[in-house]
Design a protein around this ligand. Structure first.
Ligand SMILES: [Zn+2]
Ligand SMILES: [Zn+2]
Length: 218
């Protein structure tokens, strides 16, 4: 499994980065990104702490662990500067918490995330065709999620992505160890979301390509 959206206790996850990574390694993950929720209050705490944790354990683990961040519930106008700041602080994968239908995320967040060049637009909800095409244009990957609530719009996102050939990834948005899933479960969630079988490999390849891009960032 490759999972590029998870939370540690540096935001609202349950585990220290080291335990989250160990749990993922133990169930056979190939790669994990830790992407804690950030806004201006904690961006300079959460990211450097996760960077430090990963650096300290890196040579002792068999899984690729990547520090990241999820810019969450900030006014859309602030997203571009926070994406830049996150990268400067060492986030190699920057996610924006998209317009999920189960939270009052500010309208315009999807658009601002794409414009700002985030790597992944998480749970984008009922994303417009215009924004979907803009994401494709900018190389921003739309997310299919195993997270309850956010996953209600998976079918919509998958349908839009297939119609317009927009890159997708699948992540857990894990907050607890029980949220981590196997590769087989990820495949079943993609199929259940309406993704055609012949597109499954390309979805995992999008995640792999993003990891390669992330690891080239210094
Ligand atoms: Zn959360
Ligand atoms: Zn999240």
């Amino acid at each position: 499994m490759i999972d590029l959206h998870t939370h540690s206790l540096f935001s609202d996850g349950e585990l220290l980065p080291s335990e989250l990574i160990r749990r993922a390694e133990a169930i056979g993950y190939e790669a994990i990104a830790i992407t804690d929720h950030v806004d201006a209050s904690n961006i300079d705490i959460a990211i450097p702490r996760v960077v430090r944790a990963i650096k300290s354990i890196q040579k002792f683990i068999s899984i690729t662990a990547i520090p990241g961040a999820e810019i969450t519930h900030v006014p859309p106008a602030l997203i571009p500067d926070l994406v830049k700041e996150a990268r400067k602080l060492g986030a190699k994968i920057v996610i924006v918490h998209g317009e999920t239908i189960v939270e009052p995320v500010a309208p315009g967040t999807n658009r601002a995330a794409i414009e700002a060049g985030a790597d992944i637009l998480a749970h984008p909800g009922i994303i417009s065709t215009e924004d979907s095409l803009f994401a494709k244009d900018k190389g921003v990957i739309l997310e299919i999620t195993s997270r309850k609530g956010h996953s209600l719009s998976n079918g919509y996102v998958a349908k839009k992505a297939m119609k317009f050939d927009i890159p997708l990834c699948i992540n857990t948005d894990a907050h607890s160890p029980s949220d981590l899933i196997t590769h087989e479960t990820a495949i079943r969630i993609l199929l259940a979301s309406g993704v055609e079988e012949n597109r499954i490999d390309s979805i995992f390849n999008n995640s792999k390509a993003l990891i390669e891009k992330a690891l080239r960032r210094d």
